[in-house]
Design a protein around this ligand. Structure first.
Ligand SMILES: [Cu+2]
Length: 271
């Protein structure tokens, strides 16, 4: 009995030591897996993620090392020793309450300030506006055209040929440009996404831009951001929205404003 108890304890300590070593090796030697950053506000989100990962990583390692140390230091001697027990220790309890509280409150305050900057700052009046309408299982992308105004939409008009129910009698709808799964936005220029849904809740997720916003039926949600990298990126749905959710993906193209304007004129002529 005595030896198997010792063996259990040894295995317990070994399990934690190996676990902690593997965690340290993994944390230090690996990229946390962020996709290349392509937006202005995303740097803040990444650094908050990293700060949280480092703080929780240190706490994780320290607490596990302590656990191993205590298990080893106070292991049974086989002499029938009894553990010392006391019901409370004010000093210890204050320390282990105050320190985590200060760390967590700091993270929350920093996070709230950043959140406020990202979500409660009005986009400039001349922001590049795109509408993105989720539907099982595609993204309908609409540009307002030269007049800068989106035409009226009427749900009764929705059909295969008219996926968002654009009203042809509204003069503002004449130059609207519709695309499927292809979102083109300008480089280094503020973009305002107006997000809607035709059916269920979807979520516009642009991982490289650190942008994620729900598309909710019956309301328009928005997200404004500034792309900082040219290229082609993913546009995916981050809300389990039905059987075809996995294939609800499009792509984002970031290009200089003059190229994008030319491209928009071409699209207009093709329609
Ligand atoms: Cu979806």
């Amino acid at each position: 009995m005595k030896t198997s108890g010792r063996l259990d304890g040894l295995l317990f300590v070994l399990f934690f030591v190996i676990g902690v070593v593997v965690c340290i090796w993994y944390l230090v030697g690996h990229d946390p897996g962020f996709l290349p950053l392509a937006s202005e506000h995303g740097g803040f989100i990444d650094s908050l993620f990293m700060a949280t990962l480092i703080i929780t990583g240190i706490v994780f390692i320290l607490t596990h090392l302590l656990l191993v140390y205590f298990a080893f230091r106070y292991k049974g001697s086989g002499n029938g020793d009894k553990a010392f027990w006391y019901p409370d220790n004010k000093k210890l309890e204050i320390i282990w309450t105050v320190i985590p509280a200060v760390i967590i409150i700091s993270l929350i305050v920093v996070g709230q300030v950043g959140w406020g900057k990202i979500f409660h700052t009005e986009p400039p009046d001349d922001a590049f506006v795109v509408e993105i309408v989720g539907e099982q299982f595609v993204w309908n992308i609409r540009y307002p055209g030269e007049d800068g105004e989106f035409g009226r939409t009427i749900p009764e008009l929705i059909s295969r040929a008219n996926p968002i129910g654009l009203d042809p009698t509204d003069p503002a709808s004449e130059d609207d440009i519709m695309l499927l799964n292809e979102l083109r936005i300008p480089l280094d220029y503020p973009v305002l996404l107006k997000i809607r849904s035709k059916d269920v809740i979807h979520s516009v997720f642009l991982p490289n831009f650190r942008v994620k916003m729900d598309a909710v039926p019956g309301m328009t949600t928005t997200f404004s951001f500034t792309p900082t990298m040219e290229g082609e990126f993913d546009l995916v749905c981050a809300e389990l929205c039905g059987l075809g959710h996995y294939r609800m993906r499009g792509y984002v193209v970031v290009q200089p404003m003059d190229e994008l304007e030319e491209w928009l004129i071409e699209q207009r002529e093709m329609e």
